[in-house]
Ligand binder design. Structure first.
Ligand SMILES: [Zn+2]
Length: 301
């Protein structure tokens, strides 16, 4: 309970919510400025001011970047106009005139699902966000598990196939290159080219609709993504022994098509499965979940 501001800073949009007693009271979204980091910081301040003029409200920020939690620095974000290390927390605190909490965007999304979404009441919860890339978060024993440097749970970069496609991080066959919305599209296009049809350029949502209508290429693309996702989730469940795994991001809308393959991979691979009770559920908070999670985190800090 309480009132707070949460802001989710992504490569495309900056989204903010005013959260009051666990309900979203106000939403603001503006496009992320390209080109200059100062413009991005200005825009974050603009969103905070548009949500509330009250100077004492706690503020939480989720940022699409690897983030060193202790020092409050973001490092080499792939989709923001900056390279290197930036003390983003201190810069924002100075502008806002109050202490704030900053964390990686996938971490705040995981925290939101744990407090108010599909992971409520969980003791150990993993969250995977399947969007353009793949993000991860772990909530264990009442709080985020951040690792020794604040960079834990980069699930998008666990290796699923060492001979797989090249990832933005420089490695091959990361989960992100095999089980994101981007991967689904690439796999579908490869399949139709191999099947003698001209490569189209469908959105993941269109591929989902084709799969539901029984299109064999679309079905196969989802099966391929589901296999990699099942292999990835099995490794994570073997590592963390969660009671709940929450699947968020754009691809989670297609969960009904992905789930049968994910389940069969897990049944093939998971250790000591009859002794585990793991629920695997799509996320509940939708595309504002990151902002809601950042607001929840601000209240707890
Ligand atoms: Zn990678």
């Amino acid at each position: 309970m309480g009132v707070s501001i949460g802001i989710d800073v992504g490569g495309t949009y900056i989204k903010g919510v005013l959260l009051k007693n666990e309900e979203v009271e106000k939403k603001v979204s503006i496009p992320s400025p390209k080109g200059e980091i100062n413009a991005l910081i200005d825009s974050i301040i603009e969103v905070a001011s548009a949500l509330s003029q009250k100077e004492r409200l706690p503020v939480g920020v989720g940022i699409a970047s690897p983030y060193l939690y202790d020092s409050g620095e973001m490092v080499t974000p792939p989709n923001l106009p900056f390279n290197g290390r930036l003390p983003i927390r201190d810069l924002l605190q100075e502008r806002l005139g109050r202490p704030i909490v900053v964390d990686n965007d996938a971490n705040v999304a995981a925290f939101g699902e744990w407090r108010l979404g599909a992971g409520r009441g969980s003791r150990v919860m993993l969250c995977l966000t399947l969007g353009t890339g793949v993000g991860g978060g772990v909530v264990a024993n009442g709080g985020l598990f951040r690792g020794a440097h604040g960079m834990a749970a980069e699930f998008g970069h666990i290796t699923v196939d060492p001979a797989g496609p090249l990832c933005g991080c420089g490695n091959r066959g990361c989960l992100e290159t095999m089980a994101s919305a981007t991967a689904l599209k690439r796999i579908y296009c490869q399949l139709i080219e191999g099947g003698g049809r001209l490569a189209e350029n469908p959105t993941p949502e269109e591929i989902f609709n084709m799969a539901k209508e029984g299109d064999p290429f679309a079905e196969k693309a989802f099966e391929t993504v589901g296999e990699s996702l099942g292999i990835g989730i099995t490794s994570l469940v073997n590592s963390f022994d969660p009671d709940t795994v929450v699947i968020g991001g754009g691809l989670s809308n297609a969960w009904s098509v992905l789930w049968p393959t994910v389940r069969s991979e897990m049944e093939k691979r998971l250790l000591a499965q009859k002794y585990r009770e793991v629920e695997i559920n799509p996320a509940k908070l939708g595309s504002w979940g990151g902002a809601v999670g950042a607001a929840c985190l601000a209240l707890e800090s």
